[in-house]
Design a protein around this ligand. Structure first.
Ligand code: IPE
Ligand code: IPE
Ligand code: MG
Length: 619
């Protein structure tokens, strides 16, 4: 059963100074717990952007705490089970009330509230840990896998959700990425080998019976820590297996993950690999005490990873987000709404979220990160329809020594901010050029990454959490099915929104659009429905595939190119043109406002001797 986050109760937004210091202490306690009990995972978390670290400690500390509780050998099994059930029930109560008297639960509660994490999913994962305690053994690899997934998918996904909230277009549904389940299995098996001494202390052997049988090893033999040739062969095989899964996942995920998470994944595979090496080298000792990776090996992996990660996060996080977070050490402490942060949105829970996740009712526009306020422009002076050629992603990325797709990711973040700015000034229509019919000339790799980013953005980005009605302008021909699906699904999900209409041009070509209108008219003429002598501009427009699109008042292109590249030839026939030099990823809502203010000063004569009503008047 899935639970929903109740948003009644004390919101952490109203915490007092004393509560804030309790919160600091709670996150610190989580940090301490993870650092001392899971040093490898802790080191990996330090590769995340600073804003994400407290959340990752809280998420992981909760799981480590539950897991360790069950591994405790001092208590009888029934007692351990009871303690965990109580802890789990207290957590649910804390999450409903928004506060807690236990440090780990307090930090987790704060993280869930503040970042709008999926509580139901987290509790399900904790339940899966609990279920382990009720079973004696695992029969097959299939059953073992199920267990690995149930316990370990949730927290990394929640962490991704949090990164999306700070403006990084990372994929949230990690479980849908080919290769991620393999990673989780490799991680789980490595962890199991590492924890072998404690598991044996607690009387558990969690390897599937199927593999024990294959190597002719009995549970009793393992529990007695007998180092027989069969046991040796078994553990060597398991270590190889874990390494193979980790490597497989690295290969599969290399091209799907954005640079930041990819650095964390690469380092995880290297570090866990080093743990497996150390485990195998330790021989029989690995059954008696946990084996640690030598410091110098850890440093060899982590040193360069830290440097790379720091650069990548600095470049890909929207400016200001992480610095602000670092200044207050734990941005997650800052009250939602009070800080001007885009936090704790009331997201609907439920299985439908990942197909058409949108906030209902929509959230108000997120304020600008530096507090910039929109210009006051009278509605009569606003352009009704602004169209943008979001150009320069590729050059932005290559200029920074990054692959082109990082430019598209950063471009997606820029669009989020511009949409917030459009909502703030009350713009009716914004049309953005996301993929032209000419863009198929690019490498298949760039094209497929671009679509993956677009899809993730529409599914998990913040765009549709606000009062935005999405319309897709373009043709399905040649587009991947999942992109068409998400465009249609989100069009449907947002159809009743009344704020900004955001038209995204995906697989759009202006001439193709005109040709389709021509074909449609010709068909109508052949069918005797249209008299060719009476084809007017209005009739032609009615045959355009996207005839509901209003005329463009202002067409803006970034990155210094002064052309329109087959964009909206019909609708932009009388548009005011605006060209700016900065590449699209460097744009934010203030640039949109500037463009709109410049527009208000234009004289729109449309062929007449003087403009009917001067469009001036920023108030
Ligand atoms: C615009 O940026 C985005 C798309 C065309 C999809 P570009 O990818 O064209 O960036 P540049 O023009 O190569 O710098
Ligand atoms: C136009 O940009 C298309 C989009 C922004 C999606 P391009 O970068 O593809 O255009 P050209 O090739 O410079 O004209
Ligand atoms: Mg371009």
């Amino acid at each position: 059963m899935r639970r929903t986050t109740t948003r009644s109760g004390t919101r952490p937004g109203t915490r007092s100074g004393r509560e804030l210091s309790a919160l600091d202490a709670a996150y610190d306690e989580c940090r301490r717990l993870v650092r001392t009990t899971r040093p490898t995972e802790y080191a990996l978390m330090q590769l995340m952007p600073p804003v994400a670290r407290p959340v990752s400690w809280a998420l992981y500390a909760a799981f480590a705490f539950a897991d360790d509780l069950l591994d405790r050998s001092a208590e009888a099994p029934e007692e351990r089970g009871r303690l965990l059930r109580e802890w789990r029930a207290a957590l649910e109560a804390d999450l409903a009330s928004g506060t807690s008297d236990d440090p780990v639960r307090l930090a987790l509660t704060d993280a869930v509230w503040h970042w709008g994490l999926d509580l139901g999913d987290l509790l399900d994962a904790l339940d899966a840990v609990q279920r382990d305690d009720d079973r004696e053994s695992v029969a097959t690899w299939a059953e073992w896998r199920e267990r690995a997934h149930a316990q370990n998918m949730s927290w990394p996904e929640q962490l991704m959700r949090m990164l999306v909230r700070v403006g990084l277009p990372v994929p949230v549904r990690l479980r849908d990425l080919p290769g991620f389940t393999r990673f989780v299995e490799g991680l789980f098996l490595t962890d199991m080998l590492r924890d072998l001494p404690e598991d044996l202390d607690g009387g558990h052997v969690w390897f599937p019976t199927e593999v024990l049988d294959r190597f002719q090893v009995t549970r009793a033999e393992l529990l007695a820590r007998e180092w027989t040739p069969a046991v040796r062969r078994l553990v060597a095989h398991l270590a190889d297996q874990a390494r193979e899964w980790l490597e497989d996942s690295r290969r599969a995920l290399r091209n799907t993950l954005p640079l930041g998470p990819a650095i964390v994944l690469d380092s995880a595979v290297a570090l866990f690999g080093a743990e497996l090496d150390a485990f195998v080298r330790a021989g029989s000792a690995a059954l008696h005490r946990q084996v640690r990776v030598p410091r110098h090996i850890e440093w060899r992996i982590l040193g360069p990873a830290r440097a790379r990660a720091a650069v990548v996060w600095r470049l890909t996080l929207p400016p200001g987000r992480d610095a602000a977070a670092e200044a207050s050490r734990t941005a997650a402490h800052r009250p939602a709404g009070v800080s001007g942060d885009d936090s704790a949105p009331a997201l609907p829970a439920g299985p439908e979220r990942h197909t058409t996740r949108i906030a209902e009712p929509p959230l108000p526009p997120r304020p600008h990160r530096d507090g910039a306020r929109p210009p006051a422009i009278a509605e009569a002076h606003l352009p009704q329809h602004v169209a943008i050629v979001m150009d320069g992603n590729g050059r932005w990325a290559t200029g920074l020594g990054l692959p082109r797709d990082e430019g598209h990711r950063a471009g997606a973040v820029a669009l989020r901010d511009v949409v917030q700015g459009a909502l703030e000034i009350g713009l009716a229509h914004l049309t953005v050029y996301a993929f032209s019919t000419e863009n198929w000339k690019r490498s298949p790799d760039e094209v497929s990454k671009l679509f993956a980013i677009m899809r993730a953005e529409l599914l998990d980005g913040e765009l549709l959490d606000h009062d935005v009605r999405l319309r897709w302008v373009g043709s399905p021909d040649g587009l991947p099915e999942d992109v068409v699906e998400v465009l249609r699904a989100q069009e449907h999900a947002t159809r009743n929104r009344t704020g900004l209409t955001l038209n995204v041009c995906v697989n759009y070509g202006g001439r193709a659009e005109l040709a389709r209108a021509g074909a449609s008219l010709a068909r109508a003429a052949l069918a005797g429905e249209v008299d060719p002598a009476r084809v007017s501009e209005q009739l032609f427009a009615a045959h355009l595939p996207h005839h509901a699109l209003p005329d463009v008042d202002l067409l803006w292109r970034t990155s210094g190119e002064i052309r329109t590249s087959n964009f909206l030839p019909w609708h932009a026939h009388y548009a005011e043109l605006h060209f700016t030099d900065q590449p699209w990823p460097d744009v934010d809502r203030r640039d949109l406002w500037e463009a709109v203010v410049a527009y208000t000063h234009r004289k729109r004569r449309k062929g007449a001797a003087s403009a009917p009503a001067p469009a001036e008047g920023t108030e």
